[in-house]
Write a protein that binds this ligand. Sequence first.
Ligand code: AN7
Length: 354
Amino acid sequence: MARPWRGVINEYRDYMPLDADVDVITLCEGGTPLVHARWLSELTRGEVFVKVEGQNPTGSFKDRGMTVAITGAKADGAKAVVCASTGNTSASMTAYATRADLVPIVLVPHGKIAAGKMAQAIMHGAQIIQVQGGFDECLELSRALAKEYPVALVNSVNPLRIEGQKTASFEIIDVLGKAPDIHVLPVGNAGNITAYWKGFREYRAAGISDSLPKMWGFQAAGSAPIVEGRIITEPDTIATAIRIGNPASWTLAEEARDESGGRISAVTDQQILAAQRNLGAKEGIFVEPGSAASVAGLVAAAEAGEVEPGQTITVTVTGHGLKDIDTPLSHRDPIEPIVIEFDVQAAAKAAGLE
Ligand code: AN7
């Protein structure tokens, strides 16, 4: 019998800055599928694989970092934890905090987080504070609370978050047997691009892989501070997960881009919505809008002739589509329901079989 997956701390223990006897707080996160993508492979004339992070316990990649951050906070004797969030961090943090008996305090932008993510934090028993402002203001408040009160900050400015999230790179190399030529992902607060780059470098330093990918990051056009080289004070995009105007890991993201010979570019909301639809309809993978930014970026680059043929490309899709069903449904033609009587012929007719 195959042994069960034990979560990213236990699977990658040698790469974790934790004491050997630490009490590991885990939901068995990680070990997510790397799915071959036919449509994207044809489009790029390469081999494209999608890293489906929506398969994590709370439906996003945040769980990889949260297991480490919460394990660390608990070991340090914390009683309460705080985070700012566009939604997924709060869903993840509240789940792990409750397992560790820590009080979760969550600051989110008022009216700007997807209903599914809000439901998660509520069901995990959090105190949710809605701030009149965006993510950047929420992060500023969270930092201040952690500085002045006995609460531990678990946003990705906490280095333990990065240590956990880097394991996605390990998994990609473990499955492919090599590093990809290009790795593509969405960029918001820029913790994840920083973490992937760290993971790819650590595996090469350990001699497990012998090359490094180019890091390609994509921001939403209305919230693209790194692309534009300036803080965006009123970021705007339907992809609320990455609606961030002043990323905490801005410089580290630029380093990942420049050291790898990669790029960070912008994609429009229309491109994001189209990529989300196509990934669902052509590959069978339903992701949230923020996650589709990576796919939208790869599609745009391929269509512009910017992808050399014959490359191995991995694309992270960061969160599950079910977290936000309102955005994609409200941006497509209304679906007329077909209602029939209890009758085989009526069903056959409605299904277009006769
Ligand atoms: C689905 O939950 O910032 O560049 O507070 O939820 O590492 O910030 C979420 C970010 C991409 C961007 N995709 O990652 C939060 C939050 C999804 C996300 C990102 C987020 P980073």
